[in-house]
Design a protein around this ligand. Structure first.
Ligand SMILES: Cc1cc2nc3c(=O)[nH]c(=O)nc-3n(C[C@H](O)[C@H](O)[C@H](O)COP(=O)(O)OP(=O)(O)OC[C@H]3O[C@@H](n4cnc5c(N)ncnc54)[C@H](O)[C@@H]3O)c2cc1C
Length: 376
C-alpha cells in the first residue's frame, strides 16, 4: 500500500495553496458574504482549477473529473475560505449531470465555460417541504406539444442568483427527470435565502410554468435519480476533504495559541488536559484524512462502487471536524469566541457540513444498509 500521494497530486496541492494564498487577504470578508465575492471569483478563474470539474474533451484536465484531485483541492481551499471552497466545489456539483447526461450541444455550450469559471453552475434538488427525502419533490416537469413545462420551487440552492445555469430535479409522470435551465429563462424568479449562521450564496427559486425546449432535458426521461447519484458518487467524498481542511486550520490556530499563551506559569499546551485535547484533535484528524483519501482513491477507480466509503468518509470527517473545532475553541478560551476571528468562523462553518450532501443520520442508514446487504 502506498500512503503517499503521487507527484501529480502534490503539484495540484501546490496550485491550490497558491490560489488560497491569493484569496487569503480577503477571505474573512468573503466568508461573511451571501453573494459572490468578485475578487475570489477572479482568483478562481485565474488559477484554472475549475477545469478539474469537467472532462478533458471540454477543457478539463482529466478524462473525467478526478474525485481525489477535487478532494485534495477542497482540503486546501477550505482551510483558507469557505466561500472559495464553495465556489470551486459547485462548479463540479452543478455541472456533472451535463458531463454524464448532457447532449453534445449542452456539453459544448456549457462545460468549456465551467472549466474557465466563466459560467457558474448550481444543482437544485431541495424544496421547502423536501430535504433528505428527495423522492417527495413536488416540482413538476411535463411534456407539452412544443417542448417541456417546469412548475414548482426550490429552496436553499447554493449559487442561486449567481449561477448561469441550474440543473433542476423534478418529478415527471411518476418518476424523476433532470433539466438544464439557463438563468435568464423566462418564468424563473430567485430571491435570497435568509442568511445562515455561516453565510453562503443561497437562494430560493420559483419556476412559474417555465417553458423549456425538449433539448433542455438531461439524460433519459424518468432516470433523473441516476444523474443525482452519479453526482453524489463523485462529489460526496470531496466534502470530507473540505472537512479535513477545516479541522487542520482550526488545529493550527489552537496550536499557535496554546504554545504562546501562558497560564499557571506554563504555556497552555504544557498543561495536561490541554495537551490531551491537542493530541486527540491531531489523531482524529489523521484518522479522518486517511479514510477520506482512501475513499477518494476508490472513487477514482469506480465512483458508484465507492459510494459507501465516500459516505463513511463524509460522515467521519464532518463529525470529526465539528469535534475538533469545538475543542480548539475551548483551548483558546475567550479568544476563541471573538466574532469573525478565524477560529470563530471555522466553528460556524463546520456546522452545515453535517447537514448538506447527506445528513449524518441519513448517511448512517445507507452505510448500515450496505453492510447488512453485503453480509447477507
Ligand atoms: C449551506 C447549505 C447549502 C445547500 N446547498 C444546496 C444546493 O446547492 N442544492 C440543493 O438542492 N440543496 C442544498 N442544500 C440543502 C441540503 O441539501 C438539505 O439541507 C439537506 O438535504 C437536508 O435536508 P433538510 O435540511 O430539509 O433536513 P431534513 O431532511 O428535514 O432532516 C432534518 C434532520 O432529520 C434527520 N433525518 C432526516 N431524515 C432522516 C432519516 N431518514 N433517518 C434518520 N434521521 C433523519 C437528520 O438529523 C437531519 O439533519 C443546502 C443546505 C445548506 C445548509
Amino acid at each position: 500500500m502506498n500512503f503517499d500521494l503521487d507527484p501529480a497530486y502534490k503539484a495540484l496541492q501546490a496550485e491550490a495553496r497558491e490560489l488560497a494564498r491569493t484569496v487569503g487577504p480577503f477571505a474573512a470578508a468573503a466568508d461573511e458574504m451571501s453573494e459572490v465575492h468578485p475578487g475570489v471569483l477572479a482568483a478562481l478563474r485565474k488559477s484554472g482549477l475549475s477545469s478539474l470539474m469537467v472532462p478533458a474533451a471540454y477543457g478539463g484536465r482529466n478524462e473525467q473529473p478526478d474525485p481525489l484531485a477535487i478532494c485534495l483541492v477542497r482540503e486546501v481551499l477550505m482551510g483558507t475560505s469557505s466561500h472559495l471552497d464553495s465556489l470551486f466545489a459547485l462548479q463540479g456539483i452543478g455541472s456533472y449531470a451535463i458531463s454524464v447526461g448532457g447532449s453534445e450541444e449542452q456539453r459544448s455550450t456549457w462545460l468549456p465555460r465551467v472549466a474557465r469559471a466563466e459560467s457558474l453552475a448550481a444543482l437544485a434538488l431541495t424544496e421547502e417541504d423536501v430535504g433528505s427525502d428527495l423522492k417527495r419533490v413536488a416540482t413538476e416537469l411535463t411534456e407539452t406539444a412544443d417542448g417541456l413545462r417546469l412548475h414548482g420551487s426550490k429552496s436553499f440552492i447554493s449559487n442561486a442568483g449567481a449561477a448561469d445555469f441550474y440543473i433542476v430535479f423534478a418529478k415527471e409522470a411518476g418518476a424523476y427527470s433532470v433539466v438544464l435551465v439557463p438563468a435568464n429563462t423566462k418564468g424563473v424568479s430567485i430571491s435570497p435565502t435568509p442568511v445562515i449562521m455561516a453565510p453562503h450564496v443561497l437562494g430560493e427559486m420559483v419556476f412559474n410554468n417555465v417553458t423549456l425546449p425538449a433539448s433542455a432535458r438531461l439524460g433519459t426521461p424518468g432516470r433523473g435519480l441516476d444523474l443525482v447519484f452519479a453526482t453524489l458518487a463523485v462529489f460526496r467524498v470531496s466534502v470530507a476533504g473540505a472537512a479535513c481542511g477545516l479541522a487542520r486550520a482550526a488545529l493550527e490556530e489552537a496550536v499557535r495559541h496554546t504554545r504562546t499563551r501562558v497560564q499557571f506559569g506554563r504555556p497552555l499546551a504544557k498543561l495536561g488536559p490541554v495537551a490531551q485535547m491537542l493530541a486527540d484533535c491531531w489523531t482524529e484528524l489523521e484518522m479522518a484524512q486517511l479514510l477520506t483519501y482512501r475513499a477518494a482513491s476508490y472513487a477514482v477507480a469506480d465512483p458508484a462502487a465507492a459510494l459507501p466509503h465516500s459516505s463513511m468518509a463524509k460522515l467521519a470527517a464532518t463529525e470529526a471536524a465539528s469535534k475538533i473545532v469545538d475543542r480548539c475553541v475551548q483551548m483558546m478560551g475567550r479568544f476563541g469566541l471573538i466574532r469573525n476571528s478565524k477560529i470563530e468562523r471555522l466553528y460556524r462553518q463546520a456546522r452545515p457540513m453535517r447537514i448538506y450532501e447527506g445528513a449524518s443520520e441519513v448517511l448512517r442508514l445507507g452505510i448500515a444498509k450496505q453492510l447488512t446487504e453485503e453480509v447477507r
